[in-house]
Design a binder for this molecule. Sequence first.
Ligand SMILES: C[S@@+](CC[C@H](N)C(=O)[O-])C[C@H]1O[C@@H](n2cnc3c(N)ncnc32)[C@H](O)[C@@H]1O
Length: 388
Amino acid sequence: MEENFKMVAKTFYGFEEILAKELKMLGAQDIKPGNRMVSFVGDLGFLYKANLCLRTALKILKPIQTARVFDEESLYQLFYEFAWEDYMDVDSKFVIDSVVNGTLFTHSQFTSQKAKDGIVDQFRDRYNDRPNVDLNRPDLRINLHIQEDFCTISLDSSGASLHHRGYRTATNIAPLNEVLAAGLIQLSGWKGNTDFLDPMCGSGTLLIEAAMLACNIPANINRKLFAFEKWINWDADLFEKIQKSQLKKVINPGIQIKGSDKAPSAIEKALVNVKNANLSDFITLQKKDFFQLDKENMGPLHLLTNPPYGERLDGDINALYQGIGDAFKQSFPNTHAWIISSNMEAIKCVGLRPSRKIKLFNGKLESRLLYYPIYEGTKKVHKLRKDD
Ligand SMILES: C[S@@+](CC[C@H](N)C(=O)[O-])C[C@H]1O[C@@H](n2cnc3c(N)ncnc32)[C@H](O)[C@@H]1O
């Protein structure tokens, strides 16, 4: 039996609870949400499963050592004495990513350098030979986190951030991060069983993440490489078994997932990405201005969109947001409408009172995910349909 160990899934601000929920559904143990991270316990197979399936994780770290460090010398000694041979040999290529907080260590690059010296000197003293650093294609990616004098050494099991799903080859001007898109969908409460629309879909990120969720397709099934594939305990059979068992859970959700955009170039890109994700059977795309779009039937609709924020030459941004509010009211009865935007001024122009406002960050931009429930029929009917 594989041993259980602690892991840490990193995520975005505001996604901790939904990531914890995903981990619970996947079967993790001892789940503890923290600040932009969730810790949990599982075995090697679960580490593979977490990387493959989690939609809102950016990285999965495996802590291998914690210690107090007081200065450069104690950090160097910690790395010099650690049992690196359990994880690498003289021919391995490695890299250290450091995150330092506090007053004792202030330069992450310098900290990485000291830690690297410890590893290199250990091998050189034993074998008269040393492993090399490779920033781009390391065999082992080591994560060093120092908070004041508390140091955690972890193995990075993911490598490149897990938002690199492998399907997006064509990008628009301001594409959403895939992990952010997946989190927005979950925060908006969509369960994959009602029709979904993104009327300003750009390169199609929200649509693809929505379709993968609805079809139960593992988020990273199209990804080419995880860092754990280069670990010395890499178990290709175990990974294949996990992949196969997850793919058995894929379903046809029997709903419509539609995207539109007024820019032909955006639709072209979305088509390429949808094809890359093997989702052409589930997502329909059309070039259309949102203001010419009508709801296709009276059933419940989940609308989630990421309009321009007005940072570039987007014309009159306030008028655009006012138009969005008018379109919601006039053309989208019985709709759960959600918008993500960082333009607080423009948001006010929507002219509807959001019933929820969730603070998030889109990159560095502080943003709000806003919910506008649009009711059915006349304004007197203040309830969404029962079958919703
Ligand atoms: C921020 S981008 C969306 C990016 C997208 N979420 C992605 O991941 O690629 C905003 C999109 O809104 C589209 N747009 C702006 N005004 C529109 C309108 N009136 N009707 C439809 N699309 C519009 C733009 O063409 C652009 O593709």
